[in-house]
Write a protein that binds this ligand. Structure first.
Ligand code: TXA
Ligand code: MG
Length: 331
């Protein structure tokens, strides 16, 4: 299959809508990362998404709707606590685990879970396409499973060339990391608790204005296994460039650089790269650039796990496959 990248003008948007209505899959820009979209109601199209990405069969998809009305129209509801604040963040990088009120969304979307993850993306292109389609678009990140999520059309092309017909180019994503995923766990945590399954640009601090916030263990730890994972996607290898990532905890800039300098002696002549101040918008792009130029090892200084730092921390330790070192201050 030939894959084409098209600037997201009127004719390309119409072509995307036509393909989606005919059961095809199309890569589209969102404000977080590029998504690989299909008709949520079409089981065959859903299968194509899983196949194109080599996505594990137990990792459910996020459903993208144009607004809350569409959510209700397709038999979904935010429920209780979420009704009171989730709409404040939409459109935007917040995904809420929703309850089904009717069986409209096919079970393949959620890999058999009773719930469905939903968000309203803040991308005029994606919103326009959802409206013209008239059905919600299921869309995981448009990368090969395991690799860093794509934040440009070229990143999508590098991973999915030959596997999908069309990539709409809407420029670089403004957020650069995947959405925050939240659940409302009524049994274990009580009805007033927001549980963060995956951190993103919507931070715990922002959510704590509305209710108590808990961060799921999985955010900062390695999952024991699928049975214990509330968000199945979190147990799979994730966000990794081909280069080895070393996640460095360092009290100060000096301690970090001291560690990096000493490491060169240990690792010899391998080409390396250094990310001292990881940022949401550029982290994944930098990982991909390192692979493009053949870097073997990337030293990344871990930010404090608070604010957006929590999301960066979560992605970096996974990219490093939990290879976390503490740089000691030698002074
Ligand atoms: O920003 C984003 O969320 C991007 C753009 C394209 O919208 N999408 C994205 O999708 O990151 P994906 O498939 O890469 O990640 C979906 C995450 C996974 O961690 C998955 O386990 C979780 O959402 N998820 C989906 N449905 C769920 C459910 N019913 N319960 C718990 N977690 C769920
Ligand atoms: Mg993904």
């Amino acid at each position: 299959m030939k894959t084409v990248i098209k600037r997201a003008d009127e004719s390309a948007i119409e072509e995307a809508v036509h393909l989606l209505k005919s059961g095809e899959i199309v890569a589209l820009p969102t404000e977080t990362v590029y998504g690989l979209a299909c008709n949520t109601l079409d089981s065959t199209a859903i299968t194509k998404v899983f196949a194109a990405k080599n996505r594990p069969q137990d990792n459910p998809l996020i459903v993208h709707v144009a607004d809350e009305n569409m959510l209700r129209e397709f038999g979904l509801c935010l429920g209780g606590l979420f009704e009171t604040f989730v709409p404040n963040f939409w459109p935007g990088p917040l995904t809420a685990i929703c309850i089904k009120t009717r069986e409209i969304i096919p079970p393949e979307i959620s890999c058999g879970l009773k719930t469905v993850a939903v968000r309203v993306p803040d991308s005029p292109i994606m919103l326009e396409i959802i409206k013209r389609c008239g059905f919600p678009l299921a869309a995981p990140s448009a990368n090969l499973s395991g690799s860093p999520s794509p934040t440009t059309a070229q990143h999508v092309f590098d991973d999915l060339q030959g596997r999908i017909p069309l990539i709409l180019d809407g420029g670089a994503c403004s957020v650069g990391l995947e959405s925050t995923v939240i659940d409302c766990e009524t049994v274990l945590h009580g009805p007033e608790v927001i549980l963060i399954l995956r951190p993103g640009a919507v931070t715990p601090e922002m959510l704590s204005k509305f209710a108590a916030v808990e961060v799921d263990n999985i955010v900062l730890e390695k999952a024991a296994g699928i049975e214990s994972a509330r968000s199945p996607g979190t147990i799979h290898k994730h966000y990794s460039p081909k280069a080895e990532v070393v996640a460095v905890i360092a009290e100060s800039r000096d301690t970090f650089w001291d560690y990096v300098n000493r490491s060169f002696g240990i690792y010899g002549n391998d080409t390396y790269s250094i990310i001292e101040n990881p940022e949401m918008q550029t982290l994944f792009a930098k990982f991909r650039e390192c692979d493009r130029v053949g870097v073997k090892r990337i030293f990344v200084r871990l930010p404090q796990p608070e604010g957006v730092g929590l999301a960066l921390y979560n992605r970096i330790i996974r990219a490093a496959e939990f290879n976390i070192v503490k740089a000691l201050d030698r002074k």
